[in-house]
Design a protein around this ligand. Sequence first.
Ligand code: DX5
Ligand code: ZN
Length: 233
Amino acid sequence: MAPRKNPVWLAPSLLSADPGALGDAIRAAEEAGADAFHVDVMDGHFVPNISFGPSWVSAIRRRTRLPLDIHLMIEAPQKYLEGFAKAGGNTLVFHAEATDRPAEVARTVRDLGAQPGIAIRPETPLSSVTPLFGSLDELIVMSVHPGFSGQTFLPEALPKVREARATIDREGLSLELSVDGGITVATAREAVAAGASFLVCGNSAFVGRTVSENLAELRAATQLGRRDRGEVR
Ligand code: DX5
Ligand code: ZN
């Protein structure tokens, strides 16, 4: 993803916003310093929930210029790539478990002018996607079972994040390393300390206090995580 103002990006997940006031939530999060928006697409098959489709992404696109990180929790992702690319999705992240031809799906995303990303469920080993790293712009390590916001962070995600970070750095790749699910002030720090460069924040952005207070706390947590990693003093 293009030039970065912040070393670790915070991407509020619009699934946790009030759907009846999505425009207000987008404005508030943008003013609070969000780096991107995460849009969870669910089809009721790949996950037991249904959410946003391409027309929602078009509507969101009209409200913000920030990058839109489209998380496709759907079966047969190749059928819908064009729709989400045309709707204005910047990164189209499909699930490794949803296709037998991930390299082909990634290439199609690129041909459509968007950036390809892959996501893995908590039970999917990292080794199943490392051979694809060179052709991807983002890896989402899921730290909850996909389908719902507001779940508890699964710490099993952390060793995968560490291993992915080591591979990315060793091979000099520019892949965005994202963690999605159960991010709080505490787990944001841990995820960044493990090497995450992009945090999806659903309830931690939109629930409780104002989005501005929430993002400020999360931003401070990312700084602590960077310190734990030895990136800053
Ligand atoms: C879960 C989604 C997440 C979710 C995150 O299936 O992929 O993006 O919205 O919400 P929180 O941060 O509340 O776990
Ligand atoms: Zn997501």
